[in-house]
Design a binder for this molecule. Structure first.
Ligand SMILES: *Cc1c(COP(=O)(O)O)cnc(C)c1O
Length: 431
């Protein structure tokens, strides 16, 4: 008997038959366990905000919210998504280095908890928009700290960045509160980096950020009502990596949080997590179209690739490392061969797995990339070669829900215009 990958009892071949491939499948139970694994251990004063950037699907956001997550958004569409997913405005914060006037206005009009400002000119614009509306804007300041985090996939602090306001500069802004009368500067945010897999590093970051927030509040005479300590909690993808231990992490974090809340009982504490909450719950399922050999190497040419899963392709890293992969419809067969798993794009970069140990692959097989629930299609060049976005399916409580329809050719073409040689736009230069 062949053993198949299943999501809550639904066989992968059934999912592929029903929805076609390539396909992202999310397991609602894994999502819940991931959230609760941390939530149930973490100090209750620390709120978990879901960073929609990692996976902005409205159903993923709604499901995480039903478990207790709040939302951290960085665009007008992410804000709209979170609100439509049912997250109350007071549980939403908006962050990002280049917010538009329209986005800032939407923050004020919807009454979200905080706009996290990343520059002094942005604070000035928020002040102006608040005055126009006759409201007081709730603002937190994103700080680019002097210190940097070690052992992170992408370190943020201690470097020139477009994100946040330099620590040194902020400490000199002692008249900030007076200068912007319609802004209520009430919080501090710091994000140290992503893909951190060492519990002690996260504890150290959090400790330093809370300390920085306290010192900054004292220097600028702020009433500290919110501190967002970022997060950057990683998940393991590659050989030699291991997952964070939620127990070890919270054993380290909770005393630090307790210490802080004892001094600042009214301050909302926020941790913003993307990858950590969603990566594990997602599987990217590709159908194998052709198999062949080239100069002694085996190739499985699949219907999915770079355009949906740039992270697995390894763009941006020096050495391509393989995500965990398997032939999902024959899990019981031993990986006796090495296969290059490639996609339909006309570029050698469209290689999802290099020399992956797999059982003999045949056309029609379903190859899966595990831990693919974060930074998938929306972080990939989905329009390259005009293949468009794949379908996304959420399996929750044993039921399948199509949560994103596959793009059709009409979807992809509808915003293009075939030019008409006998007409032109009114704004054209006359000749
Ligand atoms: C990207 C980002 C996140 C989410 O990062 P993960 O590593 O996916 O948890 C959180 N906060 C900020 C400011 C970000 O830029």
């Amino acid at each position: 008997m062949t053993v198949e990958f299943q999501v809550q009892g639904v066989r992968v071949s059934e999912l592929a038959r029903r929805y076609g491939t390539p396909l992202f499948v999310y397991d609602g139970t894994v999502l819940r366990d991931r959230f609760h694994g941390l939530r149930d251990r973490l100090h209750p004063a620390m709120e978990i905000f879901y960073s929609l950037k990692a996976n902005p699907n409205i159903s993923i956001c709604a499901l995480l919210h039903s478990f207790g997550a709040r939302a951290e958004v960085s665009s007008l569409v992410e804000l709209t998504t979170a609100l439509r997913a049912g997250v109350p405005p007071q549980q939403v914060i908006f962050l990002g280095p280049g917010k538009s006037r329209q986005e800032l206005a939407a923050c004020l009009d919807t009454g979200i908890h905080a706009v996290v400002c990343e520059s002094i000119p942005e604070v000035a614009l928020v002040d102006e928009l608040a005055r126009e509306r006759g409201v007081r804007a709730q603002v937190a300041l994103r700080v680019n700290p002097r210190f940097a985090v070690k052992r992170s996939g992408l370190a943020m602090g201690g470097k020139p960045r477009q994100f946040g306001i330099d620590e040194e500069e902020l400490f000199g802004q002692t008249d900030l509160v007076k200068r912007f009368p319609d802004v209520d500067v009430m919080g501090v945010q710091v994000y140290m980096g992503t893909r951190i897999l060492h519990e002690a590093v996260i504890v150290e970051n959090t400790t330093r950020i809370l300390d920085l927030a306290e010192r900054l509040a004292a220097a600028l005479h702020l009433e500290l009502r919110m501190v967002d300590v970022g997060g950057g909690l990683g998940v393991s993808y590659f050989d030699g990596e291991s997952d964070l231990d939620a127990q070890v992490l919270t054993d380290g974090l909770n005393p630090v949080i307790e210490d802080f809340t004892a001094r600042h009982p009214g301050t909302r504490l926020i941790m913003e997590l993307g990858r950590y909450l969603t990566a594990e719950a997602g599987t990217y399922v590709m159908g194998v179209r052709y198999t062949k050999t080239s100069m002694g190497e085996r190739f499985a040419v699949a219907d999915g690739g770079t355009h949906h899963h740039m992270a697995a392709v390894g763009i941006g890293s020096f050495v391509k490392r393989n995500f965990p992969m398997a032939v999902l419809n024959r899990l019981d067969e031993l990986p006796t061969e090495e296969w290059n798993v490639t996609g339909p794009l006309c570029t050698p970069g469209d290689t999802i797995g290099k020399k992956v140990p797999l059982p003999p692959v045949r056309p029609g097989d379903l190859i899966g990339v595990h831990r693919s629930g974060a930074y998938g299609p929306t972080a990939s060049p989905g329009l390259f070669l005009s293949h468009g976005y794949p379908a996304e399916v959420l399996v929750h409580e044993g039921r399948c829900h199509l949560v994103r329809e596959r793009d059709s050719p009409d979807d992809l073409l509808q915003r293009q215009r075939l030019y008409d040689p006998t007409a032109h736009d009114a704004a054209d230069v006359p000749h």
